[in-house]
Design a protein around this ligand. Sequence first.
Ligand code: SF4
Length: 474
Amino acid sequence: MHAMRRYAVRHPRLFGRLYRALETTLEAAGPLVRALGRERLERPVAGAERAIKGFLFDCRMCGGCALSATGMSCPMNCPKQLRNGPCGGVRQDGSCEVRPDMQCVWVEAWRGGLRTEAGTLPAAINAPVEHDRAGTSTWLRVAEGTHRAAVLAPAAPLRPSGTRLERLFERGEFVVTAEFSPPDSADPADVRARLEPFRGYVDALNVTDASGANCHMSSLGVSVLLLQAGCEPVMQISCRDRNRIAIQGDILGAAALGVRNLLCLSGDHVSNGDHPGAKHVGDLDALTLLAAARTMRDEGRFLSGRKLTTAPRLFLGAADNPSAPLAEARVARLEKKIAAGAQFVQTQYCFDIERLERYMALVRAAGLHERIRIMAGIGPIGSAKTARWLRSRVPGVHIPDEMVARLERAADPRAEGKRICVELMRRIRAIPGIAGVHVMAPKQDHLVPEIVAESGVLGRREPLFVRRAEAEAL
Ligand code: SF4
């Protein structure tokens, strides 16, 4: 079946034409379908649809077909079931983060899109799957005129969050954030102890949400503890572990507790983590999560349409990976994220500055740097062995061979790793369109102050997370 699917995405022009002709016929048959009744037609039509689309596209009968928006590549074959990919974990050869034996469904979709008459994929945000429709016929829905393929971005004007981070970006300051890894503990003192090295060196801390699909204290719990300690958190929220009901509830809860900077992620696949048998939820993806959060903030309603009594005030972020293939597809996805509601973006590690520069050239050519604040991810690598482990085991991390060789040659690889990080931060600071850096130093938090100080990226500015003495004087 996989072979036929690949054939279909390599000939999207032919299949796209056939599909459009079918849709036109179905639309014309609408009055007949309504006269005969859906109940009577569902079984035979769904059976035919399953047989034909199953053979051609490995269709999973999600009940909300998106083939016409995906270069004829069925997104339900993505192990994360992303309706708007590719994710940042796609491998350098274009194979899937989760299943290296197959090409990323969304890389195939992008290539398929280039071969269509439009020469690209549609810019619309594909709607999430309505799971109560699974196994039913999309063709009948097309005939009835009830097939909703895309999410409409909220039309209401953007409402400011009032966070200090948002204001800092607005002032045009170069922003410095760092990653904060929640402990495997129920003791708030463990969070406070980890927090101290960052004082006086970062503007905000980004709290991971079970990163790598490993279980830790929740990002919401840690974010609230950070706020209490005077640090503005960026709370990561991933689609991996919660459905849209839980996610929207968490957004309201976070905003009620004062946590307003949200980084919306699809999330690593559960197979990467310490509970590989857990259910990978993926009810929404990063784009539909952004659209949901923006709808709550700007239109004051849930995805269901039900009104909120008080809308949350949010500053919305997303992730990207400038090193992942294909650069044009990444920039197109970034544009979709902006349309969905993203106001800032934090990238995966950028160890390959030439690639980051190429990505930023595309971003600037599309004018996206004026619509979103881009923070480049960076961090120290302690040894060549760690570098090799990172690039082989952490989805989406690309480390050039010269950097590994440099670490290998170094008499003190740890110091060399720090030096490389400082050099890269200075180069990143000079790239037009970059609004900040995001330092990721898991298990090396103590290095962050030295790295930030030596890089000079803050200039003379006091960061938002002030030193203890200054905090006490406030
Ligand atoms: S690389 Fe990511 S987007 Fe592509 S098929 Fe795999 S999980 Fe899905």
